[in-house]
Design a protein around this ligand. Sequence first.
Ligand SMILES: C[S@@+](CC[C@H](N)C(=O)[O-])C[C@H]1O[C@@H](n2cnc3c(N)ncnc32)[C@H](O)[C@@H]1O
Length: 231
Amino acid sequence: MNQHTLSMRLERVAANVPAGARLADIGSDHGYLPVALMHRGVITAAVAGEVANTPFHAAQRTVRDNRLEPRITVRLADGLAAIEPCDGITAISICGMGGETVRDILERGRAHLSGHERLILQPNGGEQPLRQWLMDNGYSIVHEELLRENRFYYEIIVAERAGPVVYTAEQLYFGPLQMQARSPVFLAKWQRLLSQKRKTLASLARARQAVAEEKMREIARQAKWITALLA
Ligand SMILES: C[S@@+](CC[C@H](N)C(=O)[O-])C[C@H]1O[C@@H](n2cnc3c(N)ncnc32)[C@H](O)[C@@H]1O
């Protein structure tokens, strides 16, 4: 992967960045996503935010080597603190981190959101708490994708603030649009998770630990949902 050839995962993220956007890519690592989108003429400006020194310097190097310093600003900052009002950001990507981490970045950085930005989120697990945050903060899920790359499943959640929205517990768990679309990759993912959950339940039952009771009930509830989904 580099600034010209993105992974399939980042390609699908890139496909959801609107033409002409001013993008903030938070947790940009090497900065490949904003640099690729700038080369392709998709975005007009970008901020690449990084909290850690090594990826921050890597992103600076990628931007410098591609002579894009005037149009892509690299900032060392925690989460949305990389965004300044004068940036006029219209889209924010946060990719390749756990869903809880993405949620915490959004929650801590609420003051930096105008509410008009499109959020393009690619959590690695923890999708349910992330969708819960989106619902609690008035974001509608306008698009969802699921893809498989190198044996891993990746979800992409695109959200826009559009006023109060209510999702059921199952919709928060599976993804409201994915539940409707029922794509083959979606069904395969949940088939695999169901068999993992059944194995976990069997081993917890063997362990017979009182402390595991609550956990067992939660996993059993999820297994019931998945069974109903796949029925
Ligand atoms: C696994 S990499 C993903 C890089 C790229 N976004 C991608 O999807 O390929 C996660 C990056 O997020 C950065 N990161 C984690 N927490 C962050 C935070 N609170 N603010 C900014 N960057 C963060 C890490 O330093 C790391 O470079």
